[in-house]
Design a protein around this ligand. Structure first.
Ligand code: HAM
Length: 413
Protein backbone atom coordinates (compact mmCIF):
# COMPACT_ATOMS: atom_id res chain seq x y z
CA UNK A 1 0.00 0.00 0.00
CA UNK A 2 1.54 3.25 -1.06
CA UNK A 3 1.60 6.79 0.21
CA UNK A 4 1.11 9.04 -2.77
CA UNK A 5 3.31 12.00 -1.98
CA UNK A 6 2.74 15.66 -2.93
CA UNK A 7 5.29 15.53 -5.75
CA UNK A 8 3.32 12.69 -7.33
CA UNK A 9 -0.25 13.92 -6.84
CA UNK A 10 -0.23 16.49 -9.70
CA UNK A 11 0.20 13.54 -12.08
CA UNK A 12 -2.77 11.76 -10.52
CA UNK A 13 -4.85 14.92 -10.70
CA UNK A 14 -3.93 15.35 -14.36
CA UNK A 15 -5.10 11.81 -15.12
CA UNK A 16 -8.27 12.27 -13.09
CA UNK A 17 -9.12 15.64 -14.66
CA UNK A 18 -8.70 14.37 -18.23
CA UNK A 19 -10.70 11.21 -17.50
CA UNK A 20 -13.51 13.07 -15.74
CA UNK A 21 -13.83 15.51 -18.62
CA UNK A 22 -14.06 12.75 -21.22
CA UNK A 23 -16.50 10.71 -19.14
CA UNK A 24 -18.72 13.77 -18.77
CA UNK A 25 -18.50 14.40 -22.52
CA UNK A 26 -19.91 10.89 -23.16
CA UNK A 27 -22.69 11.33 -20.59
CA UNK A 28 -21.27 9.23 -17.74
CA UNK A 29 -22.17 10.34 -14.21
CA UNK A 30 -20.25 9.71 -11.03
CA UNK A 31 -21.44 7.37 -8.27
CA UNK A 32 -19.60 6.87 -4.95
CA UNK A 33 -20.12 3.64 -3.12
CA UNK A 34 -18.69 2.41 0.22
CA UNK A 35 -15.31 0.69 0.34
CA UNK A 36 -16.86 -1.98 2.58
CA UNK A 37 -19.53 -4.40 1.44
CA UNK A 38 -20.83 -7.70 2.73
CA UNK A 39 -18.38 -10.46 1.83
CA UNK A 40 -21.20 -12.46 0.30
CA UNK A 41 -21.67 -9.82 -2.43
CA UNK A 42 -18.15 -10.35 -3.78
CA UNK A 43 -18.31 -14.12 -3.40
CA UNK A 44 -21.52 -14.21 -5.46
CA UNK A 45 -20.51 -11.61 -8.04
CA UNK A 46 -16.84 -12.33 -8.68
CA UNK A 47 -17.18 -16.09 -8.14
CA UNK A 48 -16.29 -18.50 -5.30
CA UNK A 49 -13.49 -20.15 -7.26
CA UNK A 50 -11.57 -17.10 -8.39
CA UNK A 51 -8.18 -16.04 -7.05
CA UNK A 52 -9.71 -12.82 -5.74
CA UNK A 53 -12.35 -14.51 -3.60
CA UNK A 54 -10.32 -17.58 -2.64
CA UNK A 55 -7.19 -15.83 -1.47
CA UNK A 56 -7.00 -12.08 -1.98
CA UNK A 57 -9.80 -10.41 -0.05
CA UNK A 58 -9.39 -8.41 3.14
CA UNK A 59 -12.27 -9.91 5.10
CA UNK A 60 -13.26 -9.49 8.75
CA UNK A 61 -16.19 -9.65 11.16
CA UNK A 62 -17.27 -6.25 12.44
CA UNK A 63 -18.55 -5.58 15.96
CA UNK A 64 -22.03 -6.83 15.07
CA UNK A 65 -20.62 -10.04 13.69
CA UNK A 66 -21.35 -9.00 10.08
CA UNK A 67 -18.81 -10.45 7.69
CA UNK A 68 -17.43 -7.57 5.60
CA UNK A 69 -14.79 -7.17 2.90
CA UNK A 70 -12.77 -4.21 1.65
CA UNK A 71 -13.83 -3.98 -1.99
CA UNK A 72 -11.40 -5.78 -4.33
CA UNK A 73 -13.13 -4.15 -7.32
CA UNK A 74 -15.97 -1.70 -7.93
CA UNK A 75 -18.42 -3.49 -10.23
CA UNK A 76 -20.17 -5.62 -7.59
CA UNK A 77 -20.73 -2.60 -5.32
CA UNK A 78 -22.08 -0.54 -8.21
CA UNK A 79 -24.63 -3.22 -9.10
CA UNK A 80 -25.54 -3.52 -5.42
CA UNK A 81 -26.02 0.26 -5.19
CA UNK A 82 -28.01 0.29 -8.43
CA UNK A 83 -30.35 -2.40 -7.05
CA UNK A 84 -30.66 -0.73 -3.64
CA UNK A 85 -31.73 2.56 -5.22
CA UNK A 86 -33.77 1.25 -8.15
CA UNK A 87 -31.42 2.65 -10.79
CA UNK A 88 -31.24 -0.43 -12.98
CA UNK A 89 -34.76 -1.64 -13.72
CA UNK A 90 -35.80 -0.69 -17.24
CA UNK A 91 -33.37 2.20 -17.34
CA UNK A 92 -30.21 3.24 -19.05
CA UNK A 93 -27.43 4.35 -16.74
CA UNK A 94 -23.94 5.45 -17.63
CA UNK A 95 -21.93 5.57 -14.41
CA UNK A 96 -18.40 5.82 -13.14
CA UNK A 97 -16.77 5.40 -9.77
CA UNK A 98 -13.20 6.04 -8.63
CA UNK A 99 -11.26 5.07 -5.57
CA UNK A 100 -9.08 2.55 -3.76
CA UNK A 101 -9.49 -1.22 -4.16
CA UNK A 102 -7.87 -3.87 -1.96
CA UNK A 103 -6.39 -7.23 -2.91
CA UNK A 104 -3.95 -9.24 -0.85
CA UNK A 105 -1.76 -10.12 -3.83
CA UNK A 106 1.97 -10.72 -3.94
CA UNK A 107 3.24 -7.15 -4.33
CA UNK A 108 5.51 -6.31 -7.25
CA UNK A 109 6.03 -3.42 -9.66
CA UNK A 110 2.57 -2.35 -10.79
CA UNK A 111 0.79 -4.71 -8.39
CA UNK A 112 -0.20 -3.38 -5.00
CA UNK A 113 -2.49 -4.37 -2.15
CA UNK A 114 -4.24 -1.02 -2.15
CA UNK A 115 -4.55 0.28 -5.70
CA UNK A 116 -6.87 2.68 -7.45
CA UNK A 117 -9.33 2.21 -10.25
CA UNK A 118 -11.52 4.47 -12.29
CA UNK A 119 -14.39 2.15 -13.07
CA UNK A 120 -16.94 2.85 -15.80
CA UNK A 121 -20.21 0.95 -16.30
CA UNK A 122 -23.17 1.16 -18.68
CA UNK A 123 -26.52 -0.50 -17.80
CA UNK A 124 -29.59 -1.31 -19.84
CA UNK A 125 -27.86 -1.40 -23.24
CA UNK A 126 -27.62 -4.81 -24.93
CA UNK A 127 -26.21 -3.77 -28.32
CA UNK A 128 -22.59 -3.87 -29.49
CA UNK A 129 -22.54 -0.09 -30.00
CA UNK A 130 -22.12 0.49 -26.27
CA UNK A 131 -19.27 -2.06 -26.18
CA UNK A 132 -17.62 -0.04 -28.93
CA UNK A 133 -18.38 3.29 -27.26
CA UNK A 134 -16.64 2.22 -24.06
CA UNK A 135 -13.59 1.01 -25.94
CA UNK A 136 -13.36 4.08 -28.16
CA UNK A 137 -13.76 6.32 -25.12
CA UNK A 138 -10.80 4.51 -23.52
CA UNK A 139 -8.74 5.15 -26.66
CA UNK A 140 -9.65 8.83 -26.44
CA UNK A 141 -8.53 8.97 -22.80
CA UNK A 142 -5.12 7.42 -23.58
CA UNK A 143 -4.61 9.83 -26.45
CA UNK A 144 -5.58 12.89 -24.41
CA UNK A 145 -3.25 11.74 -21.60
CA UNK A 146 -0.34 11.52 -24.01
CA UNK A 147 0.19 7.80 -23.37
CA UNK A 148 2.03 5.82 -26.06
CA UNK A 149 -0.25 3.46 -28.01
CA UNK A 150 -1.57 0.51 -26.02
CA UNK A 151 -2.55 -2.81 -27.52
CA UNK A 152 -6.27 -3.54 -27.39
CA UNK A 153 -7.11 -7.23 -26.98
CA UNK A 154 -10.69 -8.39 -27.39
CA UNK A 155 -12.50 -11.69 -27.11
CA UNK A 156 -16.00 -13.04 -26.73
CA UNK A 157 -16.97 -15.53 -24.04
CA UNK A 158 -20.44 -16.13 -25.50
CA UNK A 159 -23.44 -17.00 -23.37
CA UNK A 160 -23.06 -19.10 -20.19
CA UNK A 161 -24.70 -22.03 -22.04
CA UNK A 162 -22.28 -21.87 -24.97
CA UNK A 163 -19.41 -21.53 -22.53
CA UNK A 164 -20.54 -24.56 -20.51
CA UNK A 165 -20.53 -26.70 -23.68
CA UNK A 166 -17.08 -25.39 -24.59
CA UNK A 167 -15.85 -25.99 -21.06
CA UNK A 168 -16.68 -29.70 -21.34
CA UNK A 169 -14.68 -29.96 -24.57
CA UNK A 170 -11.79 -28.00 -23.11
CA UNK A 171 -11.64 -30.19 -20.01
CA UNK A 172 -11.68 -33.35 -22.17
CA UNK A 173 -8.75 -31.98 -24.15
CA UNK A 174 -6.76 -30.72 -21.15
CA UNK A 175 -7.26 -33.98 -19.20
CA UNK A 176 -5.50 -35.77 -22.04
CA UNK A 177 -2.45 -33.57 -21.42
CA UNK A 178 -2.79 -33.14 -17.68
CA UNK A 179 0.74 -34.32 -16.87
CA UNK A 180 2.25 -31.55 -18.98
CA UNK A 181 0.30 -28.75 -17.30
CA UNK A 182 1.85 -26.64 -14.56
CA UNK A 183 0.66 -27.28 -11.01
CA UNK A 184 -1.59 -24.24 -10.86
CA UNK A 185 -3.31 -25.20 -14.09
CA UNK A 186 -3.79 -28.79 -12.89
CA UNK A 187 -5.55 -27.39 -9.85
CA UNK A 188 -7.67 -25.06 -11.99
CA UNK A 189 -8.64 -27.85 -14.36
CA UNK A 190 -11.20 -29.22 -11.92
CA UNK A 191 -12.52 -25.90 -10.69
CA UNK A 192 -12.12 -23.10 -13.22
CA UNK A 193 -10.70 -24.67 -16.41
CA UNK A 194 -11.08 -21.57 -18.59
CA UNK A 195 -8.41 -19.86 -16.52
CA UNK A 196 -5.92 -22.47 -17.80
CA UNK A 197 -6.18 -20.64 -21.13
CA UNK A 198 -4.42 -17.55 -19.80
CA UNK A 199 -1.66 -19.41 -17.93
CA UNK A 200 1.77 -17.83 -18.33
CA UNK A 201 3.60 -21.15 -17.96
CA UNK A 202 5.43 -21.98 -21.24
CA UNK A 203 4.64 -25.72 -21.10
CA UNK A 204 0.97 -25.06 -20.46
CA UNK A 205 0.88 -22.47 -23.21
CA UNK A 206 2.08 -25.04 -25.71
CA UNK A 207 -0.77 -27.36 -24.76
CA UNK A 208 -3.25 -24.49 -24.78
CA UNK A 209 -2.17 -23.42 -28.28
CA UNK A 210 -3.68 -26.67 -29.64
CA UNK A 211 -6.80 -26.56 -27.45
CA UNK A 212 -10.29 -26.11 -28.89
CA UNK A 213 -10.92 -22.42 -29.57
CA UNK A 214 -13.63 -20.68 -27.59
CA UNK A 215 -14.53 -18.48 -30.56
CA UNK A 216 -15.41 -21.60 -32.60
CA UNK A 217 -17.98 -22.53 -29.97
CA UNK A 218 -19.89 -19.28 -29.66
CA UNK A 219 -23.67 -19.23 -29.99
CA UNK A 220 -25.04 -17.49 -33.07
CA UNK A 221 -26.17 -14.28 -31.32
CA UNK A 222 -22.83 -13.82 -29.55
CA UNK A 223 -21.02 -14.39 -32.81
CA UNK A 224 -23.09 -11.63 -34.48
CA UNK A 225 -22.54 -9.32 -31.51
CA UNK A 226 -18.78 -9.82 -31.69
CA UNK A 227 -18.70 -9.25 -35.46
CA UNK A 228 -20.68 -6.01 -35.06
CA UNK A 229 -18.30 -4.81 -32.36
CA UNK A 230 -15.30 -5.49 -34.60
CA UNK A 231 -16.92 -3.57 -37.45
CA UNK A 232 -17.59 -0.57 -35.22
CA UNK A 233 -14.01 -0.58 -33.95
CA UNK A 234 -12.77 -0.70 -37.52
CA UNK A 235 -15.05 2.24 -38.43
CA UNK A 236 -13.62 4.19 -35.50
CA UNK A 237 -10.06 3.39 -36.58
CA UNK A 238 -9.27 1.65 -33.28
CA UNK A 239 -6.83 -1.20 -33.85
CA UNK A 240 -7.39 -4.45 -31.94
CA UNK A 241 -6.11 -7.98 -31.64
CA UNK A 242 -8.51 -10.87 -31.13
CA UNK A 243 -7.05 -12.93 -28.29
CA UNK A 244 -9.08 -16.14 -27.94
CA UNK A 245 -7.23 -16.91 -24.69
CA UNK A 246 -8.41 -13.73 -22.96
CA UNK A 247 -10.78 -15.08 -20.28
CA UNK A 248 -10.47 -12.64 -17.32
CA UNK A 249 -10.16 -13.53 -13.65
CA UNK A 250 -13.72 -12.70 -12.59
CA UNK A 251 -16.65 -15.03 -13.28
CA UNK A 252 -19.37 -12.54 -14.16
CA UNK A 253 -18.49 -11.95 -17.81
CA UNK A 254 -20.46 -12.96 -20.88
CA UNK A 255 -19.79 -12.09 -24.52
CA UNK A 256 -17.34 -9.19 -24.97
CA UNK A 257 -14.19 -9.02 -22.83
CA UNK A 258 -11.25 -6.71 -23.48
CA UNK A 259 -7.96 -5.49 -22.10
CA UNK A 260 -5.64 -2.63 -22.93
CA UNK A 261 -2.10 -3.94 -22.49
CA UNK A 262 1.41 -2.52 -22.63
CA UNK A 263 4.85 -4.07 -22.94
CA UNK A 264 6.41 -1.23 -20.98
CA UNK A 265 5.54 -2.17 -17.40
CA UNK A 266 6.93 -5.70 -17.05
CA UNK A 267 4.73 -8.57 -15.92
CA UNK A 268 1.75 -6.41 -14.93
CA UNK A 269 0.76 -5.60 -18.48
CA UNK A 270 -2.97 -4.78 -18.26
CA UNK A 271 -3.71 -1.12 -17.62
CA UNK A 272 -7.45 -1.30 -18.22
CA UNK A 273 -9.78 -4.29 -18.43
CA UNK A 274 -13.43 -5.07 -18.63
CA UNK A 275 -16.29 -6.67 -20.44
CA UNK A 276 -19.95 -7.42 -20.64
CA UNK A 277 -21.75 -9.06 -17.71
CA UNK A 278 -25.38 -9.37 -18.73
CA UNK A 279 -26.17 -12.03 -16.10
CA UNK A 280 -24.93 -10.29 -12.97
CA UNK A 281 -27.81 -7.95 -12.18
CA UNK A 282 -30.29 -10.85 -12.11
CA UNK A 283 -27.82 -13.05 -10.27
CA UNK A 284 -27.67 -10.44 -7.50
CA UNK A 285 -31.46 -10.35 -7.19
CA UNK A 286 -32.54 -7.73 -9.75
CA UNK A 287 -34.61 -8.05 -12.92
CA UNK A 288 -32.34 -8.95 -15.81
CA UNK A 289 -30.44 -5.94 -17.17
CA UNK A 290 -27.64 -5.69 -19.70
CA UNK A 291 -24.36 -4.41 -18.32
CA UNK A 292 -20.86 -3.71 -19.55
CA UNK A 293 -17.92 -1.79 -18.17
CA UNK A 294 -14.22 -1.56 -17.52
CA UNK A 295 -11.78 -0.44 -14.87
CA UNK A 296 -8.61 1.58 -15.42
CA UNK A 297 -5.63 0.80 -13.19
CA UNK A 298 -4.59 4.26 -12.07
CA UNK A 299 -1.11 3.33 -10.73
CA UNK A 300 -0.22 1.62 -14.00
CA UNK A 301 -1.46 4.52 -16.13
CA UNK A 302 0.44 7.01 -13.97
CA UNK A 303 3.56 4.86 -14.42
CA UNK A 304 3.07 4.97 -18.20
CA UNK A 305 2.70 8.75 -18.12
CA UNK A 306 5.95 8.95 -16.14
CA UNK A 307 7.73 6.58 -18.45
CA UNK A 308 6.50 8.44 -21.55
CA UNK A 309 7.64 11.73 -20.05
CA UNK A 310 4.22 13.31 -20.45
CA UNK A 311 4.76 16.92 -19.32
CA UNK A 312 3.60 17.53 -15.76
CA UNK A 313 1.12 20.31 -15.08
CA UNK A 314 2.84 23.17 -13.25
CA UNK A 315 1.73 23.08 -9.62
CA UNK A 316 4.30 25.59 -8.27
CA UNK A 317 2.96 28.85 -6.85
CA UNK A 318 2.72 31.78 -9.22
CA UNK A 319 3.78 34.19 -6.51
CA UNK A 320 5.44 34.08 -3.10
CA UNK A 321 4.83 36.90 -0.64
CA UNK A 322 7.77 38.04 1.49
CA UNK A 323 6.91 40.07 4.61
CA UNK A 324 9.56 41.61 6.86
CA UNK A 325 8.59 43.61 9.95
CA UNK A 326 5.46 43.74 12.06
CA UNK A 327 3.59 46.27 9.96
CA UNK A 328 4.50 44.42 6.76
CA UNK A 329 3.25 41.16 8.24
CA UNK A 330 -0.20 42.61 8.94
CA UNK A 331 -0.43 44.55 5.71
CA UNK A 332 0.82 41.57 3.73
CA UNK A 333 -1.86 39.34 5.15
CA UNK A 334 -4.45 41.80 3.84
CA UNK A 335 -2.76 42.18 0.47
CA UNK A 336 -2.67 38.41 0.00
CA UNK A 337 -6.41 38.10 0.57
CA UNK A 338 -7.13 41.02 -1.79
CA UNK A 339 -5.09 39.34 -4.52
CA UNK A 340 -6.92 36.04 -3.96
CA UNK A 341 -10.25 37.88 -4.24
CA UNK A 342 -9.25 39.47 -7.51
CA UNK A 343 -7.51 36.47 -9.11
CA UNK A 344 -9.26 33.21 -8.16
CA UNK A 345 -6.82 31.11 -10.19
CA UNK A 346 -3.76 32.65 -8.51
CA UNK A 347 -1.50 30.25 -6.58
CA UNK A 348 -0.01 32.50 -3.91
CA UNK A 349 2.08 31.33 -0.97
CA UNK A 350 2.52 33.75 1.92
CA UNK A 351 5.73 33.32 3.90
CA UNK A 352 4.77 32.60 7.52
CA UNK A 353 8.19 31.49 8.71
CA UNK A 354 9.65 34.95 9.29
CA UNK A 355 13.33 35.92 9.04
CA UNK A 356 15.28 38.37 6.90
CA UNK A 357 14.54 39.39 3.29
CA UNK A 358 17.28 37.11 2.06
CA UNK A 359 16.09 34.02 3.94
CA UNK A 360 12.49 34.57 2.80
CA UNK A 361 13.65 35.14 -0.78
CA UNK A 362 15.55 31.86 -0.61
CA UNK A 363 12.32 30.11 0.33
CA UNK A 364 10.54 31.98 -2.48
CA UNK A 365 13.08 30.62 -4.92
CA UNK A 366 12.82 27.08 -3.56
CA UNK A 367 9.03 27.13 -3.85
CA UNK A 368 9.36 27.37 -7.64
CA UNK A 369 7.36 30.61 -7.69
CA UNK A 370 7.75 32.87 -10.70
CA UNK A 371 7.29 36.12 -8.79
CA UNK A 372 8.29 37.31 -5.34
CA UNK A 373 6.13 40.04 -3.85
CA UNK A 374 8.32 41.85 -1.35
CA UNK A 375 6.88 43.83 1.52
CA UNK A 376 9.01 45.70 4.09
CA UNK A 377 8.03 48.39 6.55
CA UNK A 378 8.41 51.22 3.99
CA UNK A 379 6.35 49.48 1.32
CA UNK A 380 3.69 48.57 3.89
CA UNK A 381 3.36 52.17 5.02
CA UNK A 382 3.10 53.45 1.44
CA UNK A 383 0.74 50.60 0.32
CA UNK A 384 3.32 49.54 -2.20
CA UNK A 385 5.01 46.23 -2.90
CA UNK A 386 8.23 45.07 -4.57
CA UNK A 387 7.47 42.94 -7.67
CA UNK A 388 10.42 40.68 -8.43
CA UNK A 389 10.42 38.12 -11.27
CA UNK A 390 12.47 35.18 -10.01
CA UNK A 391 13.16 33.18 -13.14
CA UNK A 392 14.73 35.66 -15.55
CA UNK A 393 16.92 38.02 -13.55
CA UNK A 394 14.59 40.94 -14.31
CA UNK A 395 14.81 44.02 -12.11
CA UNK A 396 12.57 44.36 -9.09
CA UNK A 397 10.05 47.18 -9.53
CA UNK A 398 7.96 48.91 -6.90
CA UNK A 399 4.22 49.03 -7.53
CA UNK A 400 1.24 50.51 -5.72
CA UNK A 401 -1.06 47.72 -4.46
CA UNK A 402 -3.66 48.58 -7.10
CA UNK A 403 -1.20 47.85 -9.87
CA UNK A 404 -0.31 44.33 -8.67
CA UNK A 405 -3.38 42.55 -10.07
CA UNK A 406 -2.93 43.65 -13.71
CA UNK A 407 0.79 43.01 -13.41
CA UNK A 408 0.28 39.45 -12.10
CA UNK A 409 -2.50 38.48 -14.49
CA UNK A 410 -0.30 37.61 -17.51
CA UNK A 411 1.84 35.33 -15.32
CA UNK A 412 -1.11 33.09 -14.54
CA UNK A 413 -1.59 31.73 -18.07
P1 HAM B 1 -9.53 -6.33 -13.11
O1 HAM B 1 -8.91 -6.82 -14.38
O2 HAM B 1 -9.46 -7.21 -11.93
O3 HAM B 1 -11.04 -6.00 -13.46
O4 HAM B 1 -8.89 -4.94 -12.73
C1 HAM B 1 -8.94 -3.84 -13.64
C2 HAM B 1 -7.60 -3.14 -13.70
O5 HAM B 1 -7.18 -2.76 -12.39
C3 HAM B 1 -6.46 -3.99 -14.24
O6 HAM B 1 -6.41 -3.94 -15.64
C4 HAM B 1 -5.25 -3.32 -13.63
O7 HAM B 1 -4.84 -2.22 -14.43
C5 HAM B 1 -5.77 -2.80 -12.31
N1 HAM B 1 -5.34 -3.67 -11.18
C6 HAM B 1 -5.90 -4.83 -10.80
N2 HAM B 1 -5.26 -5.35 -9.73
C7 HAM B 1 -4.28 -4.49 -9.41
C8 HAM B 1 -3.27 -4.43 -8.39
N3 HAM B 1 -3.16 -5.38 -7.46
N4 HAM B 1 -2.41 -3.37 -8.40
C9 HAM B 1 -2.52 -2.39 -9.33
N5 HAM B 1 -3.45 -2.39 -10.29
C10 HAM B 1 -4.32 -3.41 -10.35
C11 HAM B 1 -11.93 -5.49 -12.55
O8 HAM B 1 -11.65 -5.09 -11.45
C12 HAM B 1 -13.34 -5.40 -13.11
N6 HAM B 1 -14.22 -4.92 -12.03
C13 HAM B 1 -13.37 -4.48 -14.32
C14 HAM B 1 -14.75 -4.31 -14.87
C15 HAM B 1 -15.57 -3.24 -14.69
N7 HAM B 1 -15.42 -5.19 -15.59
C16 HAM B 1 -16.60 -4.72 -15.87
N8 HAM B 1 -16.71 -3.54 -15.30
Amino acid sequence: MNDILPDATPRWQQLEAVTRAILAAYGYREIRTPVLERTELFARAIGEVTDIVEKEMYTFDDRNGDNLTLRPEATAGMVRAGLTHGLLYNQVQRLWCAGPMFRHERPQKGRYRQFHQIDVEAYGLPGPDIDAELIVMGARIWKRLGIQPLELQINSLGTPEARAAYRTKLVDYLRRHEQKLDEDSQRRLGRNPLRVLDSKDPGTREIVAQAPNLLDHLDQASRAHFAALRALLADAGVAYVVNPRLVRGLDYYSRTVFEWVTTRLGAQDAVCSGGRYDGLVAQLGGRPASAIGFAMGVERLVALMEEGEVPMPDAAPHAYLVRVGERAERAGFQLAEKLRDALPQLRLVMDCSGGSFSSQLKRADKSGARIALVLGENEAQAEQVGFKPLRNNAEQVTLPWDAVVPRLAPWLE
